[in-house]
Design a protein around this ligand. Structure first.
Ligand code: SF4
Length: 262
């Protein structure tokens, strides 16, 4: 009983946060199909605000997750204008932990203005522990983020999901219990993923081929495409990863300075 009371006050506080900050349109809810965004979507509905739920299609997500998201016709699907291969050629490499261009081009590209509610939580990672509840997008200054459950624990989230009987995507396959792109460079490689998702592994490989064929920097660092491919797949190398041809690429070139207005 006490747990439920605490839980109610926690969700009421998150709803208050949404009502306080979501005062002007357009307001969006980023939906990944995972438990955190399912909670935020539900809180947004309960808050009574007008918003657009959306999902950025990366082409790299588990097909079962995408099918789950598509079941809800209210979720607006944004597709990127450039393929992974074209982007890899533009950037001259596949994305890495240090040169993570894929999120900005695929997962966080849309929208380019307004308030975006997300399910980001500080407990998820060291990087996210430094995030604030309200943030301005570095790429699009007219876009702001609100993370209304930033201080929730994983247990808080699952309790809310179960209490409210919320649907979430059918699989949580990573050890960290998070849904993300298959073969994401930020995660440990699960050897079975190469067999389980050959279609997506092939997309990464085709992008690696195209980047290698056009990037003198990659060719200088790796004698053959296979060397580059295996280097990229190696998620257990010491940090920083030896032989990184892009060791200093924290600052990303802006390939899409105008953004896209809704
Ligand atoms: S989840 Fe991983 S692969 Fe997908 S866009 Fe983000 S960093 Fe890139």
């Amino acid at each position: 009983m006490q747990g439920n009371l605490l839980h109610n006050s926690q969700s009421e506080e998150a709803i208050d946060r949404i009502r306080y900050f979501a005062t002007e349109p357009p307001v969006f809810v980023a939906f990944s199909g995972g438990k955190d965004s399912a909670v935020v979507l539900d809180l947004a509905h309960r808050s009574g605000i007008i918003f657009i739920p959306f999902h950025n299609v990366t082409g790299l997500d588990d097909p079962a997750v995408v099918r789950f998201i598509r079941q809800d016709a209210r979720i607006k699907m944004f597709s990127p204008p450039k393929s992974l291969t074209d982007l890899a050629v533009s950037y001259g490499c596949l994305p890495t932990h240090k040169y993570r261009w894929c999120c900005r081009e695929l997962k966080e590209r849309m929208p380019s203005c307004g308030l975006v509610l997300t399910g980001i939580r500080a407990q998820e990672s060291t990087r996210r522990a430094g995030r604030r509840m309200v943030e301005t997008c570095r790429r699009y200054p007219r876009k702001h983020y609100l993370h209304p459950i930033i201080d929730w624990t994983t247990a808080d989230v699952w309790t809310y999901v179960h209490d409210r009987d919320l649907p979430v995507a059918p699989l949580y396959k990573t050890p960290s219990d998070r849904i993300g792109c298959v073969l994401c460079p930020l995660t440990r490689l699960l050897p079975e993923d190469l067999q389980r998702y050959p279609h997506i592994a092939n997309k990464w490989l085709r992008a690696a081929e195209a980047a290698y064929a056009t990037s003198p920097r990659l060719q200088a660092a790796f004698p053959h495409l296979a060397d580059y491919w295996h280097w990229w797949l190696d998620r257990y190398a010491p940090w920083p990863k030896p032989n990184d041809p892009f060791p200093d690429e924290h600052e990303l070139p802006n390939l899409c300075p105008q953004g896209i207005e809704l």
